[in-house]
Ligand binder design. Structure first.
Ligand SMILES: Cc1ncc(COP(=O)(O)O)c(C=O)c1O
Length: 378
């Protein structure tokens, strides 16, 4: 085995999740897949290729290089860069046919100038801040910005308008409902001002796909649910989801230690009895978080073992107990199933007081990704 720590990406499960989303929102709506941060760690190119095969033709990325990487891999679908683009990246983005986000007049003017220089028509989506407080033109200023793009930027094609929903995943639906109403109203105002329809209107992240039918418009924009996780425990589980990945390592060293033996940096764990310790070649340099020190657990041959001592950059130790048959090269499950036992991504996120988004997107590039089709480890 060249790689001792690896991810098994369950592409078949991700495909099934996408198809469940399509079923929920209906065939008359587009589904734009959020593929930013390497598809939340799952591999943007592989997810995009699989998704194109089942007819998905919209992807969202966070950066221009993420979009270019998809183009260089042969992805033909529309790619929207969420968020404004820096001046230096505009030309590359346009040459790679990446749809750009506009939030203000200055940015629109700069995009127009570059598009004219390149002799290209650039597709853009207008981002409106209806209550996220992150980026976007304010609601009162949005119609004038739309007019400016339409009338004063002849090389920009305003084909989309979108907003983002910060609390679509919680039980209290009132804030999101008000936001969606605001968004619909501003779309109406813009369409009246331009005397035409905007082709694509979108705001539904996973929380809204699951719980806010009024937010679906003619395109939805899910991320985390593609990969098999609900954005929050409170979000209605209206779509069945299957996990997009399992995270594996292997035992590289087993030793018996006497009671009183300190283990690892800082000597934060001292063997309370004679015991067997396994070392695994996965640490925070792989995305196995250091906060799992003395708190996390792993599965080996269907049994659960606690992480003892501090998680190192490349290695971690687990306590196998006084009797063990665990041996070098046994598979270690960091996230996933082993026999009857399972460590879910949600369990790890809860333990680390974070969200599944952070767990999967922080599994580092040196961890090789293997892609299966049927969800079974090969
Ligand atoms: C602009 C935008 N749209 C859609 C998404 C997908 O959100 P989620 O992963 O919660 O479905 C994100 C991710 O946060 C985003 O930033």
């Amino acid at each position: 085995m060249l790689y001792q720590t690896y991810l098994q990406i369950h592409l078949g499960n991700i495909r099934a999740n996408i198809q469940e989303i399509q079923k929920r929102v209906g065939a008359n709506r587009k589904v734009m897949l959020a593929l930013k941060a390497n598809a939340y760690g799952h591999g943007a190119v592989q997810v995009a290729r699989m998704a194109e095969e089942i007819g998905i033709d919209w992807f969202g990325v966070a950066t221009v290089p993420e979009g270019i990487a998809l183009r260089e891999a042969g992805v033909k679908a529309n790619i929207l860069k969420f968020g404004p683009v820096f001046q230096d990246a505009i030309e590359a983005a346009m040459l790679h046919d990446i749809t750009l986000t506009v939030c203000d007049k200055e940015n629109a003017q700069t995009l127009q100038t570059v598009a004219a220089q390149l002799g290209k028509h650039a597709k853009i989506h207008l981002k409106v801040d209806t209550g996220m407080g992150r980026i976007g033109v304010s609601v009162p200023e949005a119609p004038e910005l739309a007019r400016f793009i339409e009338q004063d930027c002849p090389d920009l094609d305003l084909e989309g308008i979108y907003t983002h929903l910060p609390v679509s995943d919680i039980k209290d639906q009132s804030y999101t409902k008000a936001q969606v109403e605001r968004f619909k109203k501003v779309i109406e105002e813009i369409e009246t001002k331009l005397s035409r329809e905007i082709a694509w209107k979108h705001c539904a992240n996973s929380g809204a796909v699951l719980g806010h039918e009024d937010a679906w418009l003619n395109m939805v924009r899910p991320g985390i649910m593609l990969y098999g996780y609900y954005p929050d425990k409170e979000t209605p589980h209206t779509v069945p989801l299957k996990p997009g990945l399992s995270f594996y390592s292997s035992v590289i060293f087993v030793k018996k230690v006497r009671a009183g033996t300190p283990i690892g940096y800082g000597q934060t764990w001292v063997a309370p009895r004679d015991t067997w310790i396994a070392t695994i070649p996965a640490g925070y340099g792989d995305g196995f978080n250091r906060l799992l020190s003395n708190r996390g657990r792993v599965l080996i041959n269907g049994r659960s073992y606690p992480v003892v001592g501090r998680v190192c950059m490349d290695q971690s130790m687990v306590d196998l107990g006084p009797e063990t048959d665990v041996k070098v090269e046994d598979i270690v499950v960091l996230i996933g199933k082993s026999g009857e036992e399972e460590i879910t991504c949600d369990e790890m996120a809860d333990l680390l007081d974070t969200i599944t988004y952070e767990i999967t997107s922080q599994i580092n590039p040196r961890v090789i990704r293997y892609y299966d089709e049927d969800g079974v480890r090969d």
